[in-house]
Write a protein that binds this ligand. Sequence first.
Ligand SMILES: Cc1cc2nc3c(=O)[nH]c(=O)nc-3n(C[C@H](O)[C@H](O)[C@H](O)COP(=O)(O)OP(=O)(O)OC[C@H]3O[C@@H](n4cnc5c(N)ncnc54)[C@H](O)[C@@H]3O)c2cc1C
Length: 636
Amino acid sequence: MLFILERLSKACANEISTPCFRHRCYAVATALRVAIVGTGPAGFYTASQLLKRLGSSVHIDLIDRLPTPFGLVRSGVAPDHQDTKNVTHQYTSIARDERCSFFGNVTLGRDVSLRELRDMYNAVVLAYGAESDRKLGIPGEEAGNVFSAREFVWWYNGHPDAAHLPVDLKNVQSVAVCGIGNVALDCARVLLKGAERLKKTDLASHALQSLQQAAGTIEEVHLVARRGPVQAACAPKELKELVSDPLLTVHAPHPQMAISPSDEVVLKTTRTKKRIFEIISKAAAITATGIAGTQTLINAVPSSSAPVVTTLLADKAGPETIISRSSVSIEKHEDQGSSSGSSEQAVKKGSGTATASLHFQFYRNPVEIVVDPLTGKAAGLKVERTELRHDERQQGREGEMAVVAVGTGVMDIIPAQLILVSIGYKSLSIGGLPFDPRSGTVPHAAGRVIQTADSSSSGGTAAIRSDGGDGKGLDKSQQAVISSKTPNPSNSRNGLLEEDHGSEYERGLYVCGWLKRGATGIIGTNLIDAEETVKSIVQDWKAGLLPELLITSVKDSVPASSSDVPCNVSSPLVPLEALLESRGVKVVDFEGWSRIDAVEVERGVAEMRVRSKLVDLDTMIGIAVDNNSGYNTVYQ
Ligand SMILES: Cc1cc2nc3c(=O)[nH]c(=O)nc-3n(C[C@H](O)[C@H](O)[C@H](O)COP(=O)(O)OP(=O)(O)OC[C@H]3O[C@@H](n4cnc5c(N)ncnc54)[C@H](O)[C@@H]3O)c2cc1C
């Protein structure tokens, strides 16, 4: 109850003095009520844009499933990129604005349904990111020490969901990372830097311990890509940072740096691509033949895979090859005065002694994870060499011709005791929400959610799910405490707005961030994205197209099973708080998060680190909600 009073005071502070139970009804009725689900960059930029554009006419509830805000800025951005995390100061000011309230430890689809939120707010903005992965879909993907990059990143960044991920670094000499995007580079860099160079960061304590135990054992990391260096999806800055590590040798064998004539055109016209190609070329000893780091694994290879071993190290680029391999990369290499002999050579950079090696494995499509039958863990990655063909049906990312990788039938095995799959994040769908399972995003026009056949028929509550089917619903009796009504029926059909070209929007429902545009873009991209979504909200609000809210008693919303939960059923309480309290949800407000933050920083000081993250949800909630200070004895 104290929690509710605190929120009421905050919500009313701008307009009326406390106590403000009765006045809250007035405040709620006049200010636009917006719920933002997800407090990563997209959620915070949406909030900041709403505050900027609507002044005192808006109240925003920021909802997150974790007791900690900031999304991937906390659980994605690498621990050695502390400066990037400074953006959280800006987010903190937004959360502390008196027009905002933070609801941590509240999961959409578990603690509250989408239907309920839509009934409680004039506008609901979904910004819950992308918390699933694209899979390789190959045999062995479920083996031990095979993880998605998302899981691995969460693990080293102390995300509570991955705190107990069974990462075993002790016996890992070689790592294969499938994919060459920025996330893949982050994973490689963290592994190659090791404990000594990360110990002062906010790397999760369990990850630091694991890296300490594995010190000196990780000898090589392979970055495996189905296509070539010109198609690598990373940013030059991140690539440069990785390959410039003085303790690293970089390998990129000549056949794998080969490019087609159309690639050459891309290099001439696209600065970023050219830069990426140059960075790899400069960093590596480009060899005329040979496959870096590829060995036979006779003992570990199951009998079904045995024939492929005989093909190892055989470069069979035959007459059927579509791409004519250019000598551009060799010439560049020779220009720089390095040799390009027949055996693989690597450049040792700077005066440091190289302790590990990085191998670019282009034109290699993972086809199977080789599993050690004794341990059930990864032992190697079987890859098929590929060639590129133009895909006339598609346009490439930056306007160039799209190319697809086509298998040649020639197989190699890359030894790897840890395999990370970094081929893309995917959002989860939620019951009643239009969702495109192919792209893993919500269909929208300028942030307005577009209705689909599925969503129109699904009005009830449902849990977030990844299969696109019906989720597990909450009890109907737990539904809205505020009812919505259509303000202008002539503009709508079935509560939906009709767009000029015939699409129908979900009234009052918006999307932003990775859930809206897919898992691409940096933190700043979400600001541009939020500007677009907020523009749509403001337009709809001014046009009277958002649902109006009628405050009713919470009586009907209290589930029978929760009748013993203390709840004032006759007062017009703030609906979301009342609903969550009736369900026994321990909501973490921003002061609660600040207590967690203070403990983490304090632990960090003691350990001579930036911060020492808490990863156990019960501990965090204990500190945030119950003000439990007993963590000292248990966790320090
Ligand atoms: C590994 C990695 C490293 C990156 N490094 C950088 C970098 O160095 N610099 C840079 O500029 N960009 C970086 N990015 C990109 C940047 O993090 C993203 O652009 C940005 O985080 C996307 O914002 P978002 O708000 O859409 O999603 P997120 O940041 O993922 O936020 C989503 C939020 O929704 C919450 N949520 C999820 N499900 C629910 C639910 N059911 N109910 C309630 N809440 C829910 C989550 O807890 C989370 O807080 C990185 C991305 C990754 C994956």
